[in-house]
Write a protein that binds this ligand. Structure first.
Ligand SMILES: Nc1nc2c(ncn2[C@@H]2O[C@H](COP(=O)(O)OP(=O)(O)OP(=O)(O)O)[C@@H](O)[C@H]2O)c(=O)[nH]1
Ligand SMILES: [Mg+2]
Length: 346
């Protein structure tokens, strides 16, 4: 049967006119024969939604914790110390009705080094590339300077924004209303939550709210992909996470971890050699500890985490080296992928 539309196409397009038309059954047969999925069977259900969501907020409010809970696995490292996340990490949640591509970002803090400047750029730049913004704050304190500055930039970005006032498990119920009002006054929010992202049920409610604000569209990543970071990068992050957990306050910020070797041995064990860089000789001594005891603890914790993440046995070897003031050194920053832009920030 020929429809009026088809007749028109035949008149206006020679290439279309020359192509034989296949009915869906013939198309499926051809697809089976050639081994590809026919376009028709991309099987995107009616009303499917997808898009990018930046997770932004002051340092230490729980952004990476939220992302890991949403994924039910660790892709972004978490610690009680500030400035844990250093670069953007994509984390993909695929559901039957939608795909959310989260962008975890470094927390907003007062920049003191060139590394900090890179981290802030990473966070602020994310606002312009996404469909929805998730603005996370913590219920345990009233809004601070960094919350206000970020709220200002979020307003300028003009995107649907969801406010998550996290760590509600840490506050007395009597201050909840006042705290919520203080944060709600920072901007206009499509939805807001006073919650704790440690509980997966709470996180799933936030996911539902996000999906409602995503544009219609097909999945952007294959369903089985959960992140854009490689196993090698994740291993380096997990060594840094172990160091953040075990070391005292001032040392962790000076740490960078680089993977020197990452290979599977014939017996199936993954051999990983990594170097922990610090900024001073005194820090090197601390990281190694008396008789190497501290390094052993870091290595043991990191190995367990890497094994859990990769699902295989791991043999981890660690070295410690000094790169004087690397957080201020553009050559080292660039080499390690913290590319600081020349653009002047406000
Ligand atoms: N009590 C409580 N602690 C939480 C909650 N969410 C996160 N935390 C803790 O807060 C600390 C910081 O969490 P992260 O997820 O690393 O915070 P972040 O916002 O990603 O931090 P940066 O990467 O430094 O910006 C960790 O010790 C978490 O366990 C919460 O709902 N309640
Ligand atoms: Mg983080």
């Amino acid at each position: 049967m020929t429809t009026p539309d088809m007749e028109q196409q035949h008149e206006t397009s020679d290439t279309m006119a020359d192509k034989p038309t296949l009915d869906p059954q013939q198309e499926q047969l051809l697809a089976d024969f050639l081994g590809y999925e026919p376009r028709e069977s991309e099987q995107v259900p009616e009303g499917y939604r997808s898009g990018f969501v930046a997770v932004v907020g002051r340092t230490n409010v729980g952004k990476s914790t939220f992302i890991n809970t949403a994924l039910r696995q660790k892709v972004s490292i978490v610690s009680p110390k500030p400035q844990t996340t250093r670069r953007r990490i994509r984390a993909i949640v695929t559901r039957p009705d939608a795909q959310i591509v989260f962008v975890d970002t470094p927390g907003i803090h007062k920049p003191v080094t060139k590394l900090s400047e890179f981290m802030l750029e990473e966070a602020y730049d994310s606002l312009s590339d996404v469909d929805v913004i998730l603005f996370m704050v913590e219920a345990t304190t009233p809004p601070r300077e960094q919350d206000r500055e970020l709220a200002e930039r979020i307003r300028a970005a003009g995107k649907p924004t969801i406010l998550v006032i996290n760590k509600a498990d840490q506050i007395d119920i009597s201050i909840a209303k006042e705290r919520a009002e203080q944060y709600l006054a920072l901007g206009e929010f499509q939805e807001w939550f006073l919650t704790s992202v440690l509980d997966p049920e709470n996180v799933d409610k936030i996911l539902d709210a996000i999906v409602a604000h995503l544009p219609p569209g097909p999945p952007l990543y294959p369903a089985e992909q959960v992140t854009d970071i490689t196993e090698r990068e994740l291993a380096a992050e997990l060594v840094r996470e172990a160091a953040l957990h075990i070391l005292r306050e001032e040392v962790p910020h000076s740490i960078e971890v680089q993977i020197e070797e990452f290979r599977e041995r014939p017996n199936g064990v993954i051999y990983i050699a990594a170097t922990i860089f610090v900024e001073r000789d005194s820090q090197k001594k601390i990281v190694i500890g008396r008789g190497g005891e501290m390094l052993k603890r870091i290595g043991s914790l990191a190995r367990q985490e890497i094994e859990a993440a990769l699902g295989t046995r791991v043999y981890l070897e660690l070295w410690v080296k000094v790169r004087k003031k690397w957080r201020q050194d553009e050559a080292w920053l660039n080499r390690w992928g913290y590319k600081v832009k020349r653009k002047k920030r406000r």
